[in-house]
Design a protein around this ligand. Structure first.
Ligand SMILES: [Zn+2]
Length: 358
């Protein structure tokens, strides 16, 4: 990809996008701007991923462009976002800038291939989370300078969770780390109790989920290293390579007792197999609470490790998945490929079934 970039190779148009870490801008492979050095570039498959990575589109090669001249309204919308990328833009805010919101949104969708709302959200989340990606640097900075001196450090904190360290209820931290996987970027949070969250970065509602967890636990979120995050990274690598589908990172998801019961029951479904919502309901001793089990399954914040993707409809249909059905299908297929089917319940499952009187 770097060679294609250096040679302005037009055949890679649309295949990948290149982002420059020093300028925080992303481009088409054929952009005529000066070629960045290899160590300063990062590649993405889609503009959305580049946005989620904290980059903004280049004004020169216009990576969102569908080949037409950019409509003025689209240019105006992009400028409105860049004027204050972290804020939300309501129709009234657009109208105040002389932009007819409904027309502009329609044109944006047609021209950029994604809704303006989706664009702005990706840009906002990308900015908020880019601090996490820079975690190591920020942690070093903190260790070097101490809390008092670094107002930039506190700003980065505020962007991520909306609470400055001095106002947090506890001095213990939830450490955050970013992982690249074949299914997209994932964010992980952990403390000494275990892994609290493992989610795809583009999952809808991730921002509010982070805020919720942070509030419930009264913790400061700090981009940085933790032994459970390191273990998570190793185990994810093994999982995606098929070397091992078993996880042993301690888990500490935040939830109600009922949610935790459901999540514990999910852990009993081995890789390569699926179960129905009704089966999980009977495992937790609430055979009639199938809907509530479905909701608790969807509320799982520790993706993949708590295998909510292994629960399917009674007729075997995939039903839903927070990270998108295509990911659920991919995970199940991946696990089938690397396991042999063994019929019957596992020992642990049988024990739980007996306990529940089922
Ligand atoms: Zn460019």
């Amino acid at each position: 990809m770097y060679r294609a970039l250096v040679e302005h190779d037009g055949s890679f148009e649309g295949v990948f996008f290149v982002a420059v870490t020093t300028t925080r801008i992303f481009c088409r492979p054929t952009c005529r701007a000066r070629t960045p050095r290899r160590e300063n570039v990062e590649f993405f498959g889609t503009p959305q991923e580049a946005l989620l990575g904290g980059y903004r589109p280049c004004l020169r090669c216009r990576p969102l462009d569908n080949g037409e001249r950019t409509p003025n309204l689209v240019t105006a919308l992009l400028a409105a976002v860049e004027a204050n990328p972290g804020d939300r833009l309501r129709d009234a805010d657009l109208e105040a800038r002389g932009i007819v919101a409904s027309t502009a949104r329609r044109q944006f969708k047609r021209y950029c291939g994604m809704s303006f709302q989706a664009y702005h959200r990706a840009r906002r989340v990308g900015l908020a989370l880019s601090g996490v990606r820079e975690g190591k640097k920020m942690l070093d900075l903190q260790l070097d300078q101490g809390y008092e001196s670094g107002s930039g450090f506190r700003d980065a904190f505020s962007r991520l969770v909306g609470v400055a360290p001095s106002r947090a209820a506890s001095t213990t931290c939830l450490y955050a780390q970013w992982f690249e996987t074949p299914l997209g970027s994932m964010l992980a949070l952990a403390d000494d109790a275990g892994l609290a969250l493992l989610e795809f970065v583009d999952r809808r509602g991730l921002e509010s989920e982070l805020t919720r967890i942070q509030r419930r636990l009264g913790r400061v979120m700090l981009p940085g290293k933790h032994r459970f995050l390191e273990q998570t990274g190793r185990e994810l690598t093994d999982y995606f390579s098929g070397r091992s589908l078993v996880f042993s990172t301690p888990l500490a998801p935040e939830g109600t007792p009922f949610q935790r019961d459901v999540w514990n029951a999910l852990l009993l479904i081995p890789a390569g197999r699926t179960q129905s919502y009704a089966h999980i309901a009977s495992l937790v001793g609430r055979p009639t609470a199938v809907r509530a089990v479905g909701r608790a399954n969807g509320d799982n914040n520790v993706c993949i490790m708590i295998p909510c993707h292994r629960v399917v409809g009674a007729d075997g249909s995939l039903t839903g998945y927070g990270g998108g059905l295509w990911r659920k299908a991919w995970l199940l297929e991946h696990e089938r490929k690397f396991t042999s089917q063994e019929p019957g319940n596992s020992q642990a499952e049988l024990a739980l079934l007996q306990q529940a009187g089922a």
